[in-house]
Design a protein around this ligand. Structure first.
Ligand SMILES: [Zn+2]
Length: 281
């Protein structure tokens, strides 16, 4: 990685969390100082008694959404094992949430039983961010979920059935990066963030590999330079757990490697997210 100092720049963070016990006022102040014009905070809502990785629940986050309506965008966690998810969509919208986060399902994401949920979210045009790919399971986890339930291909049917629903896959679906790339290029309402791996150099290398064109491709030909198409329209800036100040240099290094021009970087950092979130900036 090139040794770049962090320079704040305008961005929308599509994927981060607030942990229980965090100083939220301080976090928001830091995010704004780092250049974020909006920050999407993702909650987890798993089975009762599940530790949920120490991330704030919907109930924990709700008062902070009311305190920072001009900055925080709440993505409510949904426990996919619960019945009557469509009415939960209406309830969470009324409580100020503007999107949803799904993770560790008890069936594949494209299972028939989840379709009424996606239909309800599409009706309200509330984006859903799905964890895709590898996952750190809690020690001793013996539940039904496998990473196959969360692979990028499981989003294809959802995006196709509900073309008005913005569908976001997290982490470019690693280790299925090429599958995610193919799907993002073919489905207009399917997006991916490139967060993950704590923003470490190894994660950056995986992203470079997944997003590189085929051997012998002409980078001057837009049809062959598909990373350029993706950064212009389908990839979104997100940090997950690390701070913005770690992720911007990582993203710059990935885009330097892939020869992404400055205007496409603006799309990636905030313009595409602004469009899909319906924010006029
Ligand atoms: Zn996350």
């Amino acid at each position: 990685m090139t040794d770049k100092t962090f320079t704040p720049r305008k961005l929308i963070n599509i994927h981060t969390h607030i942990r229980c016990g965090d100083d939220v006022d301080r976090k928001v102040a830091v995010w704004k100082k780092e250049g974020a014009i909006r920050t999407c905070v993702l909650c987890t809502s798993l089975s009762p008694g599940d530790p949920g990785w120490g991330v704030m629940s919907n109930e924990d986050l709700q008062p902070w959404l009311a305190k920072y309506p001009d900055h925080l965008i709440g993505f409510a966690g949904l426990n996919l094992a619960l019945p009557d998810l469509p009415s939960a969509v209406d309830d969470l919208h009324a409580r100020g949430f503007r999107g949803f986060k799904c993770i560790r399902p008890n069936r594949p994401y494209d299972d028939d039983s989840y379709m009424p949920l996606y239909e309800a979210a599409a009706r309200r045009r509330m984006p859903i961010l799905f964890h895709t790919g590898s996952l750190s399971y809690p020690p001793g986890y013996r539940g039904p979920c496998t990473i196959d339930f969360m692979r990028p291909a499981r989003l294809e049917r959802i995006a196709r059935y509900f073309p008005e629903l913005p569908v976001i896959g997290a982490h470019l679906g690693l280790p299925w990066g090429h599958e995610a790339v193919g799907l993002a290029l073919s489905r207009p309402n399917l997006y991916f963030d490139i967060s993950g791996g704590s923003g470490a150099p190894l994660h950056g290398s995986h992203m470079k590999k997944a997003l590189s064109s085929f051997e012998g491709a002409d980078p001057a030909d837009p049809e062959q330079h598909y990373a350029l198409k993706l950064f212009r329209t389908k990839l979104l800036f997100g940090t997950d757990n690390p701070p913005v100040s770690r992720w911007v240099p990582r993203a710059e290094d990935i885009m330097d490697h892939l020869r992404i021009p400055a205007d496409a970087r603006e799309e990636f950092y905030w313009k595409t997210s602004a469009k899909l979130l319906g924010i006029a900036v």
